[in-house]
Structures are given as C-alpha cells and as structure tokens.
Design a protein around this ligand. Structure first.
Ligand code: F0G
Length: 481
C-alpha cells in the first residue's frame, strides 16, 4: 500500500504491526572488507552475522504472518494422505482454480520435473526470459532456451509498463522456424526476475495463448511472483483497476495450461508446487514426484510449511499483501532516480536493481561489473545484494564466458522486513558509492564451479580496489561506520 501525504508525496505504508524482530548488526567498514575478502567477493559466501541489511533475495526471507505461524501448529505429518496436503489443494483450487497439485521442495524442483517430463533433446523452449535455475534444468535435459523479449526489455531507463512481455512477432518467427513439434512449451515468468522484476500484461498472455493453442503447444507460467505481477497489472493495464488480485490471478490461470512456482516468494514460505487442470499434463509428471521429491502428498516439503503455504497463498491475494513489496520498491527506485543513481525503471515487483554498466562504466563486462558493484555495496554499506549479470551466466559448451544482456546488482525487497529508514540508508550509501565509483575496479575468478557458478565461485578484486574503497569510506564516515 502507498499513502498520500499532505505535501503531495506518496510513501509506502505498512498495513501490519511488527511484533517479533530479529537483531542485526552493522560491522565497521574494516570488518566488512575482511568478510568480503574471505567470501571471495561473492555475497553468497558471506555469513549472515556480518550483514546489516540482507537484500540478497526475497526467497524464503519474507516475514510470515501470525496466521501462517498458527497454521503450522495443525500440521499433519502423515507420510501419505496428510490432511495438510488437502488444505493446500483447497487453497490452490480457491486461488488459482486448479485441481491437480504436485508439491515440490522448491521452485527448481518443479523445473527439474517439468524438464524431465516435457523437454526432449534438441527441443526449444520459448520464454519471456530465463531464470538461472530454469536454464540450468532445461539445458541439462538437452533443451535450448529462447528468450523472445522485446528490445525495450533491455532498456534499463524505460517507462514501458510491461517489459516482461514476449515479442509476438518473435514468437511467430520462432514457431515458423522450429515448428510445433520442436517446441516443448512456452514459458512465461511472472515479474521477470532477471529483467529487473518486470511484469507481463494480460493482453500479452492472451495473444500468446491464441497463437500457440491451435498448434497444440501448452502455456506454462512460472508464478513465483504471481501476486506482484497481478498487482502491477491492476495498476498499469487498462480495464484492471477495479478487479481484485484474485480475479486477475484467476484470469491468468484460465489462459495458462499449467503453473509452477517457488512458494518461497509470493506465498512467503519455503516450498513449491506444480498445478494444473489438465489431467494429461498432471499424469505425465506425477510418476516422477515420489522418485525425486517425496510422496504425492508432501513432495519434499515439511507438513508445517505446507500448512503455512496454504495460508500464505490465500493471503497473497489481499491487496495490502500483494502490494507490500511492490510499493516499497516503487519508493526505493524513485528515490534512487531522484538522487541520480542509475537503477532499472520502471519499478518492478522484486527489487531495486542498480545498473552496474551505468554506475561503473569503466569496468569492462569481462571483469564482471555487476559482481564488483555487489561487493562494493557490501563493503560500503553492509548491505548484501545479488549479482545478476555475467557471473550469473555459466560458460557455454565450449567453455567461453557468456556476457549477460544486463549487468544488474539486485537489492531485493522481501515483504515486511525493511522500513523506510532502511531504504533511505541504502539510497544514501548508493549515492556515496556513485560519487566514489572511480575507486571500484573489476573482478577475476580464482575458483569457478561448472554449473551455477554464481553460488560458490570465488573472485579477486583487480588491483586490490576493495581495500581502497574501505579506506576511503572510513576516511569519510569515521572508523566505526
Ligand atoms: N523461478 C523464479 C522466477 C525464481 O525467481 C526462482 C528463484 C526460481 C524459479 C527457483 O525457485 O529458489 O525455490 O528453487 N529465485 C530466487 C531469487 C532464488 O533469489 O530470485 P527456488
């Protein structure tokens, strides 16, 4: 929710009270430098105790509600036929209108099952944009990911409301080129993560479906951030202002054939699922569920999480919940723009994304500017962010680095975790970093895993710039900041 102040300014407003808190500590810059050095300039390798504001991700880090926590107490731990599962299926039917539910331990487990079931070697999978784990799973089974976004999607200074749309002319070309039999399915990701949390429109979804349905190609939605996408449709698409979040989600689901999601995001728990009304799709996946995840009625999740997921799923359709992160992001992004910090616009549904190419233009892409930006933000502010650039791209089959379309550094906004003063602090430190951008250099790998290297790869700062940045920070703010 946002609220209008008497001076005409809009601010995000919390529609909840905070009754349980967890302490954080702001270690001084010299300590932060040491922690970053130890972590190999990879924010995934930091220890939580060394972090002031953890903006790495919104995955599994949203604040749960009292009702979610209460629901956990009624968990039914029956190995088979658990009542918790049936409470989840009731919620799925109510929120999405889908009757078949396959629970999985998290989003990538759904991707694994979908890839194994539907992607044959040599097939292609058109989509608005890949997510890291999606690409890894789809390529591991021999598929090729085709990203059919419009050119505007890569413009980080845009006002286009739906940069997560598929370019319909490109989809048509793709179908003409490969033919329906070579296309596994079309995947649409809600608030497209790696494009900066940008939504798709309902109009686009309808047009895609109209194009692929007659050819027997099915439409898959990655709904990890489905309520945020629905919220942005309500705000931005003509004809949706008066519709409820639930009505908008239901409309999307009527268009799509099958949905999967990481429940770690919009549902504010730790889990995932695949759901559909198509018996043929459900029956094709189902045999693999107990092989890779767990029995049909828990699929690798604890019953407690399943109970909380059922509640979180219903709660995400409430306007205040669906908009809680999106409105904070809008404020955070707009404040950055006001201060001249280059961030992705328009604001999306996931994070505030710093455009490292514009922030440190002197660092070439081969030296991972987004990775360097992420390390610099930790050193200067104690804020943990996530690299979403070339470090997040694995090497191609020949072992060459694959330059990313965008070099973004993501300051994720988990729901109900941060307050306005946290965002203001972040904006202030980003401003300082921009003013001292010339001190920041590139990175080079010294340890590099073969798959999803961004998780555990270790890097060094070229020319030892980390030390110089920490020293300048201590000089400007004193040794204890
Ligand atoms: N799809 C999308 C759009 C995601 O954002 C994620 C995870 C996944 C699938 C995989 O789900 O983590 O539950 O296995 N995104 C997290 C993030 C990791 O930080 O953005 P998972």
């Amino acid at each position: 929710m946002s609220i209008l102040l008497s001076n005409g300014k809009e601010i995000p407003i919390e529609m909840h009270k905070i009754r349980i808190v967890q302490r954080v500590r702001l270690a001084p810059a010299a300590e932060r430098l040491q922690a970053m050095e130890k972590a190999g300039y990879n924010t995934f390798m930091l220890r939580s105790r060394d972090i002031f504001l953890d903006m790495l991700t919104d995955s599994g880090t949203n604040a749960m509600t009292d009702l979610q926590q209460a629901a956990m107490m009624q968990a039914d731990d029956a190995y088979a036929g658990s009542e918790s599962f049936y409470r989840l299926t009731d919620a799925v039917e109510d929120v999405f209108g889908y009757k078949y539910v396959l629970p999985v331990h998290q989003g990538r487990a759904a991707e694994h099952l979908l890839a194994k079931t539907f992607i044959k070697p040599g097939q292609v999978v058109p989509m608005n944009y890949h997510f890291t784990t999606t690409r890894a799973h789809f390529e591991l089974v021999g598929g090729t990911v085709l990203e059919l976004y419009a050119d505007e999607a890569l413009n980080t200074q845009s006002s286009h409301p739906f940069k997560g749309n598929i370019d319909l002319a490109r989809l048509k070309e793709c179908i003409d080129k490969y033919g329906a039999e070579k296309i596994s399915f079309v995947r649409m990701e809600a608030t497209t993560n790696l494009l900066g949390g940008q939504p798709y429109s309902m109009e686009n979804l309808k047009a895609i479906k109209a194009m692929i349905e007659p050819l027997g190609i099915f439409l898959l939605i990655d709904g990890s951030l489905i309520s945020e996408n629905a919220y942005l449709i309500k705000q931005r698409e003509a004809g949706y202002a008066d519709k409820s979040i639930k009505e908008i989600i239901r409309e999307m689901m009527e268009i799509a054939d099958i949905l999967y999601l990481s429940a770690r995001k919009s549902c504010s728990v730790r889990g995932g699922m695949i759901a559909t009304n198509r018996k043929d799709l459900h029956d094709a996946i189902r045999p693999w569920l107990p092989v890779y995840e767990g029995f049909f009625t828990y699929g690798g999740m604890s019953s407690r999480e399943i109970e909380a997921m059922a509640v979180g799923m219903r709660e995400m359709t409430e306007l205040e919940v669906a908009g809680s992160a999106a409105d904070a992001i809008k404020y955070f992004v707009n404040r950055c723009v006001e201060e001249g910090i280059p961030v992705v616009t328009p604001p999306g549904g996931l994070a505030c994304h710093v455009d490292a190419r514009r922030m440190i233009p002197h660092v070439p892409q081969s030296q991972y500017p987004a990775g360097a930006m992420s390390a610099a933000i930790y050193i200067a502010a104690g804020i943990r962010t996530m690299e979403r650039g070339s470090v997040s791209m694995d090497r191609d089959r020949e072992g060459n680095d694959v330059p990313s379309d965008l070099e973004l550094c993501r300051l994720a906004v988990p729901r109900r975790i941060f307050t306005m003063s946290h965002y203001e602090y972040a904006v202030d430190r980003l401003k300082w970093i921009k003013a001292n951008a010339d001190l920041i250099g590139g990175l080079v790998f010294f340890e590099e895993p073969p798959v999803l290297r961004f998780f555990a790869g270790l890097m060094k700062p070229l020319g030892g710039w980390g030390q110089k940045l920490a020293a300048k920070f201590a000089q400007d703010f004193g040794p204890n900041c």
